[in-house]
Structure formats: structure tokens, C-alpha cells
Design a protein around this ligand. Sequence first.
Ligand code: RTP
Ligand code: MG
Length: 140
Amino acid sequence: MAVERTLSIIKPDATARNLTGAIAKMFEDAGLRIVASKRIHLTPAQAGKFYEVHAERPFYGELCEFMASAPVVVQVLEGENAVAKNREVMGATNPAEAAEGTVRKAFALSIGENSVHGSDSAENAAIEIAFFFSGLELVG
Ligand code: RTP
Ligand code: MG
């Protein structure tokens, strides 16, 4: 299995409830290494750019507004099969469907305010990492 990197975002509903450390620990406990991390407050325009792929979806406006409503913590997670492993730890998008032991089961408030984002493929991970970090900020 190849060592991969993926982009994780701890979303506004989670930073607002002071859950950054608890969520980061769940990633680390799953064997993922945090090789870059920063807390930022996105503008609605930056959130819109990041979630551009969802521009036609009915929840896009709400999603961008939510992502700009409070700080987020963006992190690069590294490990074997990191993209799939991160999504496994995150759990299903809708917390009502998320498995026990996942971040979203433990912390998500709703399908929209669902505490974490994770890249959905290695290809998108590379694009999303470059959106937030320069090469110098990635410390393996
Ligand atoms: P993410 O991209 O944030 O890791 O989440 P995901 O792959 O599980 O879900 P995706 O389909 O990519 O949707 C992106 C985010 O949009 C919000 N959403 N709201 N109101 C709704 O029906 C709805 N559906 C999705 C969620 O915040 C979701 O994580
Ligand atoms: Mg997604």
C-alpha cells in the first residue's frame, strides 16, 4: 500500500465547540500523521472557490456561508492509504448514517454541519493540498 497524503478540514461547527484536539487525536490514533496544520478563517469567496465542484448543488450557498462562519483548521494527513483511511475515520456525510467510532457519529450536528472535510481521491487531495499549503509547509 502506498504512502499518501490527504487534505482534512476541521469545520466551523467543530472549531467553535473546541473539538480540534479531539478530532486530530482520532486521526493520529488511526495511524495518520499530521504533516501540516493551520487555523484560518475563510472568506465566503475562498470557501466558494474550494467547493467549486459543488457549485450546481442546491446546498452550495449554505455550505459556503457555513465554511466562512468561523475559523477552520486545515491539515495534511499522511499515511498508508491516507485518503480512504481518513474518510473511514470521518464517517458518512450524514451523521445519522455514520458508524460508531467515527468523527461524524461522535460530533457532527447535521448533514451540513458535519465537523470534517476529507479529500475524496488522491488526485483531488493533491489539488486541495496545493490550495492551502506551499511545499515548504509540508513537514513529514
Ligand atoms: P466533504 O467533501 O466535506 O468531505 O464531505 P463529503 O465528501 O462527505 O460530502 P460531499 O457530498 O462532498 O458534500 C460536501 C459537503 O457539503 C455539505 N452538504 N450539505 N444539506 C445537504 O444536503 C448537504 N449535503 C452535503 C456537507 O457539509 C458535506 O460535507
Ligand atoms: Mg466531498
